[in-house]
Design a protein around this ligand. Structure first.
Ligand code: PRX
Length: 637
């Protein structure tokens, strides 16, 4: 496919355009996006094979892509590779052995520095402990931990022995954790005695205790000591990690499992349209190639860089771009446990200054949140080490983009607005430093990705017209299936337009072919960039004794992007009150997690439904926003 289909001419673009400076171009790995794109599309397999050569394989692949059983694509078939080996062991053979892999800092000022060699030792020790607890290749392990170095260490240790990790973000609570443990049938849960946020202890262990009470698959709970406050330990089931790590079996090297390229590396649950969260399955081989390549080219990572991705390792952003890709690239990363505003709103800027961060990758919500405190906080700090910025997770409004560009990047640092999803494994529509930018646009597809915005029938939408965002070819980082539910994988992603991946996002392209992501078209909310299903919130609400029926929708929120608004019908005998509304908000936060706390609860007598009984959230939204209600022909009387 000619690159003309993607973009007219990136040297002459319309609208508000930020062209790369000579310094940025000089440094960039990729200086000519259009020709690289064209080359990749001419021979996808040759392109990805060349990328895969940069990693270390125990055995090379026989075939790059096997598409004989669509949409269950296989990549690097016959290849043997282990992502932990590429992230850690590989560096033992070079000077990077003694390079800093991770600068870690906690809210209270505590610090740890791990070299690649330190990481190697820690991962081996952790893997030995996992083995001693009976964990073998293919076993599932749920990880529910605060943002401490043992979180990536535990992930890497699982990968090392071929166990499949399922990390659950520690901001989720009992119900969310329980369903994820159940679905994955984990044998082991790894947690910590607690974490810190805003000066308070987060009780991760207690949450695990409640969540595993009804999970018969769990044999052991491994507890990393972090806060050292008292937590209940169940004899025979629970072990403190440090106590096992001291024992003889934990010492020395733990052999790396020579995993197949298509062996599962992890399951990561995401919210979907209906109730149960979907377990996206990512693998060792293609995933490694994809995130390695995307990070290298988009953030132009070199040895002198200090990389800081502010996400939590518990989300896909953290899996791909805190844990695996930066380590495979041999980069030095920063990880911070705590709130961006603790104790003052310049905490992040002080971290950039202290470690000399060169590339900062964060979310629009964080930018909008910090922007509210004014320019003085960042202006008092040296931010001159920064050379590149990034954003992810939700659309960035041009105002926040310009603030980020001007106040944080001082007009020198291009912003990589990376559009992707848990399903895609890595960046899909994203600039590279050599690509001219437009505020609010994720710009153009990564080489090897054919994307478009299409109408109901699959025809490309003309410039400016909103349609569905689709990906029109397979890529190595794609999730391979939904854990235990391949039919749902086919139905959710590959059925609306056979042969194309349906993203669930709406978007438009401008006259230059640039992509602007608008938002989800399904019942998925993006609250502060976190992905939540309306169904999850609604089932939490109806679990409360006062609630008969509930509907949740997202409405625009100045900082969070979207805020959760709930419409609730009470059971007979309950009367609406401010106190009850507050109780319900608390209840949702307690069941799902603080991120799911509704903005508002509205008590109603009726909900708009279709004749078949489905709640019409679209109508609720339109009413709340004072917009036309659209087609009401299916609305029941
Ligand atoms: O709606 C899109 C939004 O986040 C969704 C995917 O969410 P999740 O699987 O949690 O992954 C988030 C981190 C990759 C997408 O369907 N989204 C993600 N990045 C962007 C975005 N929306 C606009 N611009 C982005 N850069």
């Amino acid at each position: 496919m000619a690159v003309k289909e993607i973009v007219a001419d990136i040297r002459h673009l319309s609208g508000e355009v930020y062209y790369p400076s000579p310094e940025v171009l000089e440094r960039a790995y990729i200086k000519d996006y259009p020709s690289l794109y064209q080359r990749a599309m001419q021979d996808l397999e040759a392109f990805w094979a060349e990328r895969a050569e940069e990693l270390e394989w125990f055995r090379k692949w026989d075939r790059v892509l096997d598409d004989s059983n669509k949409p269950f694509y296989k990549w690097f078939v016959g290849g043997k590779i282990n992502i932990c080996y590429n992230a850690v062991d590989r560096h033992m053979k070079t000077w990077r052995k003694n390079k800093v892999a991770l600068y870690w800092e906690a809210e209270n000022g505590e610090r740890r520095v791990l070299s690649y060699y330190d990481l190697y030792r820690e991962v081996n020790r952790f893997a030995n402990v996992l083995k001693a607890l009976g964990i073998r290749k293919g076993d599932r392990v749920t990880i529910y931990m605060p943002r401490i170095p043992e979180l990536p260490i535990a992930m890497l240790a699982c990968a090392r022995i071929g166990a499949i990790h399922s990390v659950v973000f520690a901001g989720f609570s009992v119900e969310a954790l329980h369903t994820r443990i159940e679905d994955s049938k984990s044998r082991l849960v790894i947690t910590a005695d607690g974490g810190y946020l805003n000066g308070r202890i987060v009780e991760t262990k207690r949450t695990v205790d409640e969540a595993v009470r009804r999970s018969p698959s769990v044999e052991h709970v491994l507890v990393v000591r972090r806060t050292r406050h008292e937590v209940p330990m169940e004899p025979g089931r629970d072990y403190f990690y440090d106590e096992l790590a001291r024992l003889p079996f934990a010492q020395g090297e733990c052999p790396v499992e020579e995993t197949d390229a298509e062996d599962p590396l992890y399951i990561l649950y995401t919210s979907g349209t209906t109730g149960a969260p979907k377990g996206q399955v990512h693998v060792h081989g293609g995933y490694a190639v994809y995130i390695y390549t995307t990070m290298k080219w988009v953030f132009d990572i070199k040895d002198e860089d200090i990389w800081w991705c502010t996400a939590d390792p518990g989300w896909v952003t953290g899996h791909s771009y805190i844990v695996y890709a930066p380590l495979m690239l041999g980069a030095t990363s920063v990880m911070y446990e705590g709130a961006p505003t603790y104790p003052y709103p310049d905490r992040w800027w002080s971290i950039v200054e202290k470690y000399g961060v060169t590339v900062l990758y964060t979310t629009p919500t964080a930018i909008r949140g910090l922007m509210r405190f004014g320019d003085e906080w960042p202006n008092r700090r040296h931010l001159s080490s920064l050379r590149l910025l990034g954003t992810v997770g939700e659309p960035i409004n041009p105002e926040a983009w310009r603030w980020y560009y001007r106040v944080i990047g001082k007009g020198r640092c291009p912003i990589m607005d990376t559009w992707w999803m848990t399903e895609t494994g890595g960046f899909m529509i994203t600039p590279m430093p050599c690509v001219p930018l437009k505020p609010g646009s994720a710009t153009l597809p990564f080489p090897g990705i054919r994307a478009d915005v299409v109408d109901e029938n699959g025809n490309p939408c003309p410039p400016g017209v909103e349609g569905y965002l689709v990906i029109q070819n397979p890529w190595p980082g794609m999730s391979r299936t939904l854990y235990g539910d391949p039919d749902r994988y086919v139905k959710t992603y590959w059925s609306k337009y056979p042969g194309w991946f349906f993203t669930g996002d709406s978007a438009r392209r401008d006259e230059d072919g640039y992509f602007y992501i608008i938002g989800r078209v399904d019942d998925v909310l993006k609250v502060s960039g976190y992905r939540l299903g309306t169904a999850e919130i609604e089932s939490a609400l109806v679990a409360h004794p006062a609630v008969a029926e509930a509907a949740a929708i997202g409405l625009p929120h100045e900082v969070k992007g979207e805020g959760i608004h709930c419409y609730v019908i009470l059971k007979a005998g309950y009367t609406p009150s401010e106190a009850l509304a507050e109780e319900l908000r608390q209840h949702v936060a307690q069941l799902i997690g603080p991120i799911a706390r509704p903005e508002a609860i509205h008590f109603v007598d009726k909900l708009p439904k279709t004749r078949s009984g489905k709640i019409m959230r679209r109508v609720l939204r339109a009413r709340a926003l004072g917009l036309p209600e659209g087609d009401l022909s299916t609305l029941e009387e």
